[in-house]
Design a protein around this ligand. Sequence first.
Ligand code: BEZ
Length: 252
Amino acid sequence: MPAIGWNTDLYDNNHGFVARYGEDLINWLRPEEGERILDLGCGTGSLTSQISQYGARVTGIDASEDMITKAKAGYPKIDFFTQDARFFSLPGNFDAVFSNATLHWIQEQDLVLQSVYKSLRPGGRFVLEMGGQGNIKHIEDAVKQALIETGSQEQPAESWFFPSPATYSALLEKHGFTVRSLAFFDRKTPLEGEEGMQNWINMFGSFFFRNTHQVTREAVIRRAAEQLRPVYYQNGTWYADYVRLRIIAVKN
Ligand code: BEZ
């Protein structure tokens, strides 16, 4: 998992769609009054707060201290902690663990699923959405091509984890879960502003630019956006080629 220095204001202002789409995942969670729910990868806490409005007792964790600082300031009545999804440990058992747009940042899924399993009561549910197989493939291809064309020596090694439905179901079963519902679908996602694609790559593309000088980085991002423009800029709006994997799994 990369150590990402998130700009939390940019995250909320320019990439608010992350939380907006996550609202629909709450319909899968169906939080009930009094339930103990963990929001895994809560970011700045906007979905955590929405879950709490159902009367659930929610805790939010995120690996980013900056995100947690902002979440605490925004929602002072909710418990937020800086904890890593691979190794978290909290007292008691949860009725449900909820996770939106976080798991694809982590390669060590065995560690995550062990921690989630331990944190749930028997019969507790794990409700998740992440990028699935093929997610942002065209963006990735365009950036890699632009890196080659600009003569960058960068060779992105580590990357996101975008599993197929079969791969992630097998992982869940291996870790003691039963998959109850699954959806795998394209979500062409509108990005905000005339610079939407460049902003997206800048904000989220940390894997591409470990050793790339800032000036080259900017040139690569401009070039990648040019390549993507004919297909992913339509009627004044940029789109990202998201593919979502959504699952409800229950602890055996
Ligand atoms: C996603 O939500 O699919 C995503 C976000 C940032 C980087 C990669 C994927």
